[in-house]
Write a protein that binds this ligand. Structure first.
Ligand SMILES: [Zn+2]
Length: 156
């Protein structure tokens, strides 16, 4: 067994679509970024790559590479799962913490679990998503951004 850890942070910008975990949330601001800025998918992708000993999302899918320009973040996660599989590793569970005072996570948890489960080829009960506020502390307070931690278990 192997464990991978991923972390990502994005600013929340007025007028951007708010997509997290592949789910569109009703919120006036969304994550900045050259892609859809889906910090949940980026953190999970990094957890999968980390556990598989495959560098990180920025190294494997550089934004300077035309192949990945304007890519859907789901494509990063699908590609990471495929590269892990090529190494004989299967993702068997994922747990995610989303820290933000922007969009409310609770109403979207089930949809995010289902979305991640589909991308990872897992049952939804092997994927968990939790929302946390920041107690008004730090640079992300007041909905200025979103930070995501993800852990991933892989089995040979
Ligand atoms: Zn990101």
């Amino acid at each position: 067994m192997r464990i991978g850890l991923g972390f990502d942070v994005h600013r929340l910008v007025e007028g951007r679509p708010c997509v997290l975990g592949g789910v569109r949330l009703e919120h006036p601001a969304g994550p900045s970024g050259h892609s859809d800025g889906d910090a949940v998918l980026h953190a999970v992708t990094d957890a999968v790559l980390g556990g598989a000993g495959l560098d990180d999302i920025g190294t494997l899918f550089p934004d300077t590479d035309p192949e990945w320009a304007g890519a859907d973040s789901a494509d990063f996660l699908r590609a990471a799962v495929e590269r892990a599989r090529e190494r004989g590793l299967a993702v068997t569970s994922v747990d995610v913490v989303i820290a933000t005072e922007g969009p409310r996570i609770q109403p979207a948890r089930a949809a995010m679990r289902a979305s991640l489960a589909e991308l990872l080829g897992l049952d939804p009960d092997r994927v968990n998503v939790k929302g946390k506020t920041l107690e008004g502390l730090g640079a992300l307070a007041g909905g200025a951004g979103v930070a995501v931690q993800a852990v991933c278990l892989l089995e040979e």
